[in-house]
Design a protein around this ligand. Structure first.
Ligand code: AMP
Length: 196
């Protein structure tokens, strides 16, 4: 079973993806994590996208589609993918959604559900600023884009470029919306209900 977790920054996609990995043995494919790893290891691509990410803008479709293609093709070759993929933070544009559809078709893989985590903007800002403060207090690194300035850009990018995917997947009959404002356990239970 392959699913997409869709929602604005701070909606809880990463947290819920992690639970699905632990509870169902699914494989999380987070383009944000892949890009951060590329930066840390200082690859040419990582260096190229660093400033774009820090400002809160989206990196090019070509780069993220390439990353996802590598993962899916690699896993397909290894017979991996375990109990399915969770696409977390991808796709984020209509071009990425089309590319993912084509790629899954090529690999003879289904897209089972697109789970939208609905959260209101005020809560997002509080969650993200809170996430940065918690990390700081615990002596952990704070994401360079977890500040109010970048957050505004990230929210705008979400509404301009990513939110059209809600209509796109609704029209395809793949969309299920879940209340992302509920507690972590309640959101996990709602997702479980969708996947059952
Ligand atoms: P995330 O961890 O999903 O919040 O992603 C962090 C940052 O990585 C985003 O603000 C973008 O700059 C970049 N990024 C992650 N995924 C994508 C994507 N699918 N398309 C474009 N940029 C992305």
């Amino acid at each position: 079973m392959n699913i997409i977790l869709l929602g604005p920054p701070g909606a809880g996609k990463g947290t819920q993806a992690q639970r699905l990995v632990e509870e169902r043995g699914m494989v999380q494919l987070s383009t944000g994590d892949m890009l951060r790893a590329a930066r840390t290891s200082g690859t040419e691509m990582g260096n190229k996208v660093a400033a774009v990410m820090d400002a809160g803008n989206l990196v090019t479709d070509e780069i993220v589609i390439g990353l996802i293609r590598e993962q899916l093709e690699g896993d397909a070759v290894d017979g991996g993918g375990g109990n399915g993929f969770i696409f977390d933070g991808f796709p984020r544009t209509l071009a990425q959604a089309d590319a993912l559809g084509a790629l899954l078709k090529e690999l003879d893989q289904p897209l089972d559900h697109v789970v939208e985590l609905q959260v209101d903007d005020e809560v997002l800002v509080e969650r993200i600023v809170g996430r940065a403060k918690e990390a700081e207090a615990a002596g952990q690194p704070v994401r360079a884009d977890d500040n109010e300035e970048s957050l505004k850009v990230r929210l705008l990018a979400y509404y301009k470029q990513t939110s059209p995917l809600i209509g796109y997947y609704y029209a395809k009959g793949d969309l299920v919306s879940v209340d992302g404002l509920a507690s972590m356990d309640e959101v996990a239970a709602s997702i479980k209900g969708v996947l059952a």
